[in-house]
Design a protein around this ligand. Structure first.
Ligand code: HEC
Ligand code: HEC
Length: 260
């Protein structure tokens, strides 16, 4: 287990869900967040959960059935598990990020939760993580870690603010891009070809190219961008254009200000 995007299970996308019980705008924003924050990638299009591990001889791990889990969470407990990666009973979540969600504003957290509360419990709850001696060995060696173990470091090393400060773009980069491109946005190290790169690469994108990247998953002049293409189509295709432009403004200013 690691942070590799490639290990993520194939996702089923965008199933329209019945909405009730909260203001429609709030719910619509919450539904968009569930997509752009990747909840649907891991927990499945209808959020009923799915297996995300690939080798039962190491570990068996399911992303929980959120339609079944949410009724057991108070608003405060949900906020805690999402932003710390630790359940109320003290068990730590494996594989799910905490740092991007810890950066969420109260308003976005509220909209996301309001949306999740509209889901009718469907399907079976999934079993908790099942580990093996091989997995325990990886944990002992520090190769596998729950996200909560690195949260303090991640939160202490956010991407720098830029002058003139574009806080909206910085905020969006932290909640939408940091899970794969690292909390610092500089990519995780060590990295191999095909891993999410340092987002300084955005400096080479015009605003139009960047819009195409996020809305269609295509690089400049139709160039393939590997797994970023799929990530963009699944998560970012419906982002408001103002948010896409705010991301571009921040990332290009941030890349330039670094001078490395
Ligand atoms: C990279 C994959 C991934 C993403 C993205 C992800 N999750 Fe998870 N989530 C998991 C896995 C795997 C578990 C179960 C972890 C375990 O059992 O150790 C989990 C568990 C949870 C739990 C705990 C439920 C329980 O069983 O008590 C909640 C709540 C949750 N996720 C909500 C969310 C929400 C909301 C989002 C989007 C903001 C999200 N997750 C995004 C993989 C992910
Ligand atoms: C689910 C994981 C994931 C998320 C979330 C994600 N990326 Fe990526 N991104 C990748 C991967 C993987 C690559 C490298 C693809 C390759 O080189 O094959 C990449 C590459 C890129 C590239 C370089 C494309 C090129 O020119 O080759 C840019 C720019 C980029 N991402 C921007 C973003 C931005 C901006 C966000 C947030 C809005 C974001 N990414 C969120 C996984 C992700």
């Amino acid at each position: 287990m690691g942070r590799s995007f490639r290990q993520m299970a194939a996702a089923v996308l965008g199933i329209a869900l019945g909405l009730s019980g909260c203001a429609p705008e709030q719910s619509a924003r919450g539904a968009l967040l569930a997509e752009a924050l990747g909840c649907r990638d891991c927990h499945g299009g209808d959020l009923t959960g799915q297996k995300v591990s690939h080798d039962d001889s190491v570990v068996v791990l399911y992303a929980s059935n959120l339609t079944r889990a949410l009724p057991h969470y108070s608003d405060a407990a949900f906020k805690t598990v999402l932003t710390t990666g630790v359940r109320p009973d003290g068990s730590r979540l494996w594989y799910m990020d905490a740092a991007p969600y810890a950066a969420l504003s109260d308003s976005d957290l509220g909209d996301l939760l309001a949306y999740l509360r509209t889901l009718n419990p469907t399907g079976e709850p999934h079993p908790r993580i099942r580990t093996t001696p091989r997995f325990d060995d990886l944990v002992r060696k520090g190769v596998a870690k729950p996200e909560s173990a690195t949260l303090a470091y991640d939160l202490a090393n956010p991407p720098a603010a830029t002058a003139p400060v574009d806080e909206r773009g910085r905020y969006l980069a932290r909640i939408y891009c940091a899970g794969c491109h690292a909390p610092s946005l500089r990519g995780f190290t060590p990295s191999q070809a095909g891993d999410p790169p340092d987002l300084a690469i955005t400096a080479g994108y015009s605003r139009a190219d960047f819009r195409t990247l996020l809305s269609k998953g295509e690089g400049p002049r139709g160039r393939s961008v590997g797994e970023m293409g799929e990530a963009a189509r699944k998560r970012f295709a419906r982002l408001p254009m103002a948010d896409v432009d705010a991301l571009h403004a921040y990332l290009t200013a941030w890349a330039k200000a670094r001078g490395d």
